[in-house]
Design a protein around this ligand. Sequence first.
Ligand code: ADP
Length: 540
Amino acid sequence: MQTVGKMMQRPLLVSAILEHGAYQFGKQEVVSRETHGTLHRYTFSDMASRAKQLANALKDLGLQPGSVVGSIAWNNYRHLETYYGVSGGGMVMHTCNPRLHPDQLAFIINHAQDEVVFFDSSFAPLVKAVAAHCKLVKYWICLSDKANMPSIDGVELVCYEDFIAPFPSHYEWPDLDENSGAALCYTSGTTGNPKGVMYSHRAIALSALSACLPNVLNISSQETVLPVVPMFHINAWCLPYACLIGGAKLVLPGPKLDGASLYELMESEQVTLSAGVPTIWMGLIQHLEQNQLSFTTMRRTGVGGSAMPKALIAKFNEVYNVDVRHGWGMTETTAVATISNISAEEMTLPESLRHDLVAKQGKSVFGIELKIVDEDGNTLARDGQSQGELMVRGQWIVENYHKADTQALVNGWFPTGDIATIRPDGVMQIRDRTKDVIKSGGEWISSIELENAAAAHPQVAMAAVIGIKHPKWDERPLLLIVRRQADFTDKQELLTFLEQRVAKWWIPDEVVFVDSLPVGGTGKVQKNELRAQYGGIFSA
Ligand code: ADP
């Protein structure tokens, strides 16, 4: 018979994260760049007081445990207060991606049954577009003071500062079940309607704790963290929670995420650690290069959401002395599930080999298990060669989608839709998404690997590869390039460059120079848009 452990059953709660941050690191700062450009500055302890005022105000509205509260907002201090005030009070924080099509935005607000929606004033036009279709929303609350309130014809708005002002800054957080829902985030819905993932308090607390580990992001009170990843994208990878656990200064960038704005904030606030998708870092590096700048304090960055090209990893590391942590995760995994890290032994490898390692998506963090399977569900070897669908399970992996009547899991594992290899030492590499991989003459071509190879060419600022229907080969790769200089027109030079790096039959059939690539709300290249635009290029 098993012995029962005799330890306390204290729940892991979002409110406990706030209390810890406020008690242990009360003077630590939250700096927030507002939509109009001004910097707002206060402490963890101020933030906790206002989150409690908000919890009181929401209770006064009659919201119940489990009520859903939406947000359409950038990374800023009032949005942070809603994270804690809503979830801490037992309600569910539903962060909405403002870049969704208004029809999809209305869909998720209705599907989640949001009763209140907080929004930044800059999203007033979006609220105007969706409000009439969101009949369950009783209050639209603008994250603003009175002086900066917008007005929207036909929609009654509440001013956030007026809303919380009458209420006290003490609040008895409810002793919730750690498995109750704390936050809700929808997938981006590139294939059908978005699907909701309801994160429990427990999942958030464990994932945020894990982000603080040295081998993950190493978040401590010695760090100043700038989450570029939006707070509407998988809870900004749990950084708004992790910084209060670790005691790190938090710098919230607001809407301006171009290279110049980010660099200025990193320098003025002495940021040491940042996190975001590769497209953001491409913009930042271009700004540094064009203006011959360097970082004073930045020493580490977490990158994920799509593959980080080796060329960019090398630049960050060798030229700018920034350590890149390349992670993999998805809405369904709460935040980071795997991350690249370099052991003491691997530190002795030549730089290029180390960058090769970081360009892979790394090892699973404690709590997460991985396997790869073939089309029949058979587990494949962890030999670094066999590739199959990546399956994941763990304490902060989705079990079922919100209100879905179909099962999300296959024999207890979540099928990710990503194709990967796993080496004997546990290092995982994403080869492609099932929907992006190119099937040519019965064989697979990895769009990610081709993009990474192209990104190493000095004239390439950004690269995307898509599979295009081909009369003979089923599909063939098309390479789209954003150039560094418009007078570079030598497609053949690019193809020759690729021939030295990938198999000959992988070489794209065509190269198209474009001014920009379509990037979605979470900073990823929208390949479905590219496929719609260029899909007929080989059959024309
Ligand atoms: P979506 O991209 O559909 O908006 P998510 O933000 O949940 O939804 O993205 C999850 C997907 O992003 C993963 O399934 C994977 O395809 C991709 N992804 C995430 N991190 C990486 C990475 N480091 N390298 C390659 N692909 C990644």
